[in-house]
Design a protein around this ligand. Structure first.
Ligand SMILES: [Zn+2]
Ligand SMILES: [Zn+2]
Length: 275
């Protein structure tokens, strides 16, 4: 499956390029997990957005894939969002027209309102054509591998430079500090502590809105080396207190379930002592 997705300069959607993409339910069938994406921006409407664009004209600016699709918990209309993986920005903007012709095929029945659709299915051939044009600047493979490298580094960090004893801790914190994974984890899990339910915005108000620690659960099988992190199953939101407690003993990180168990046991015993 291949699709173009639109990212506008001004939008009600809380999108993040190469990280998250929100969309209404009518596009669900076009954006299944694994769909190959081309990123598109329409014509510039306000020059203040110029620094964040490759071109003022409507253009394509990168490729990516749909990771997983989730229900948007903040929507009452059944909106969805997807995690975005393997994002690679183009080295040059690709104009939406080549000469006088659009690069996308516009079906006759959509000729009057085609560009109004933020998500548009395309053929494999058109995907490959735009892909080629986006990376087509002399040293094609070099640019491609460079982009790949930088997005990989984002995830893996510099594990090897650490001594063995520090390796595990470094491995954990690298993922916990990755801004893209953090955004995805918050979109999926929300901002309340998984162990005690604490919510910084609810308790402290607007100033603390959006604050939460993201903890990386490490399955035993993973301690030997890095693998792709799934923000749904590998990351959980924890408040600062709970997060400190799970890491309190360096050689024995608690699982979230163990921590929940501790909180319950303690609550139970203090309730009993008052009777
Ligand atoms: Zn907590
Ligand atoms: Zn942690």
């Amino acid at each position: 499956m291949y699709a173009v997705i639109t990212e506008n300069d001004i939008s009600k959607w809380k999108d993040s390029t190469g990280v998250l993409y929100h969309f209404p339910k009518r596009y669900e069938a076009l954006l299944e997990s694994g769909t190959n994406l081309i990123y598109y921006k329409g014509r510039i409407k306000d020059s203040i957005y110029r620094p964040s664009r490759l071109s003022d004209a409507p253009h394509y600016f990168g490729v990516a894939k749909i990771g997983k699709v989730y229900l948007d918990r903040e929507s009452n209309k059944g909106d969805l969002f997807a995690t975005i993986v393997d994002y690679r920005p183009f080295s040059v903007p690709v104009d939406f027209k080549d000469g006088g012709n659009y690069l996308e095929d516009i079906p006759p029945n959509l000729s009057s309102n085609y560009w109004r659709n933020g998500v548009r299915p395309i053929s494999k051939e058109i995907y490959e054509l735009i892909f080629q044009l986006g990376f087509d600047h002399g040293d094609n493979d070099f640019i491609r591998s460079k982009n790949l490298e930088s997005s990989n580094n984002d995830n893996i960090g510099t594990l090897e430079s650490y001594r063995d004893g520090e390796k595990k801790l470094k491995f954990v914190t690298t993922y916990e500090r990755n801004p893209a994974l953090r955004k995805q984890a918050i979109a999926i899990h929300g901002l309340s502590c998984r162990a005690c339910g604490f919510n910084f915005g609810d308790f402290y108000g607007e100033y603390a809105e959006g604050f939460i620690h993201i903890h990386h659960i490490i399955p035993v099988s993973e301690l030997d080396g890095p693998r792709t992190i799934d923000p749904e199953t590998d990351l959980v939101p924890l408040c600062a207190n709970c997060h400190s407690v799970v890491h309190r003993q360096k050689n024995r990180t608690l699982s979230t379930e163990e921590l929940i168990g501790l909180i319950r046991a303690k609550k139970g015993s203090s309730e009993n002592s008052h009777t």
